[in-house]
Design a protein around this ligand. Structure first.
Ligand SMILES: Nc1ncnc2c1ncn2[C@@H]1O[C@H](COP(=O)(O)OP(=O)(O)OP(=O)(O)O)[C@@H](O)[C@H]1O
Ligand SMILES: [Mg+2]
Length: 252
């Protein structure tokens, strides 16, 4: 029997103020895959990520996380907040702007959700957090506060924090866009390592080299439509649509 996909999106649509910003999107992300999401500003990339973990409620469509439907219970009713929080915790999110908790140290940032949401014992959460900080090369800053870190360091802590909940998928929304150019590489290196370790990731990015080297699939959104979905070699060398051809030309 084939393995249940990490994320399955069927016919997802979402409007804001009567304008459809996602239109009938379907996408399957298998376990261990990296999917890069490209598209120009306003094409719906962030909204797509936010619908996957139900931070935005879709108007139509069905989303499964590791085989479990998010947002709607077995009776077809909207999930209560507790159930929604539980399934949302099976996804991790990494934002452009890091969103670390400023009043907590690096170590506490990574321990917080396992302790508060999963009710994990503190010593266990600490051991996991220390191992994850080592994975992202931030163990030497465990007791530092976020304001003392560079953007690249903050983002690596944010990645460790997302990993701490053992998510089925990590959603990255332009994780390197707010960084100084010389800090981009260290974050992409961490992400490449995660991919080699078999983490499932959906990455909204403008880093074409990364998308080409690391992705299993590249998808392109245009005005809320998923107009192209290909393996990276094909996407970058022989795209199907004129629109993608143009986009690649402009970003070369
Ligand atoms: N909460 C909201 N309320 C109203 N409109 C919204 C909301 N969130 C997004 N939109 C609109 O939906 C469209 C898609 O936005 P989205 O942020 O998903 O695009 P994006 O591809 O992530 O763009 P960018 O590359 O600039 O981040 C845009 O027109 C945006 O203005
Ligand atoms: Mg966005």
């Amino acid at each position: 029997m084939p393995e249940v996909p990490a994320v399955q999106i069927d016919s997802l649509s979402k409007s804001f103020d009567g304008v459809e910003v996602l239109r009938d999107i379907s996408l399957t992300v298998n376990k261990g895959e990296v999917v890069s999401v490209l598209g120009s500003s306003g094409s719906g990339k962030s909204t797509l990520l936010r619908c996957i973990n139900w931070l935005e409620e879709p108007d139509r469509g069905v989303i499964h996380i590791a085989g479990e439907r998010i947002g709607v219970d077995a009776h077809g009713k909207r999930m209560n907040n507790r159930d929604l929080a539980a399934i949302r915790a099976r996804t991790g999110m990494v934002f452009q702007s890091f969103n670390l908790w400023p009043h907590l140290t690096v170590l506490q940032n990574v321990m917080e959700s396992p302790v508060q949401v999963k009710r994990m014992r503190k010593d266990e959460a600490r051991a996991i957090a220390e191992a994850l900080l080592e994975k992202v090369g931030m163990e030497h800053k465990a007791d530092a506060y976020p304001y003392t870190l560079s953007g690249g360091q903050k983002q690596r802590v944010a990645i460790a924090r997302a990993l701490a909940m053992s998510p089925e998928v990590i959603l990255f929304d332009e994780p390197t866009s707010a960084l100084d150019p010389e800090r981009v590489g260290e974050v992409l290196t961490v992400m490449k390592n995660l991919s080699s370790e078999g983490y499932t990731m959906i990455v909204v990015t403008h880093e074409m080299e990364f998308a080409r080297a690391v992705s299993d699939q590249v998808v392109f959104l245009e005005k809320g439509l998923l107009i192209e979905k290909s393996a990276p070699e094909k996407f970058f060398t022989n795209p199907e649509t004129e629109r993608v051809r143009k986009f690649l030309e402009l970003s070369a």
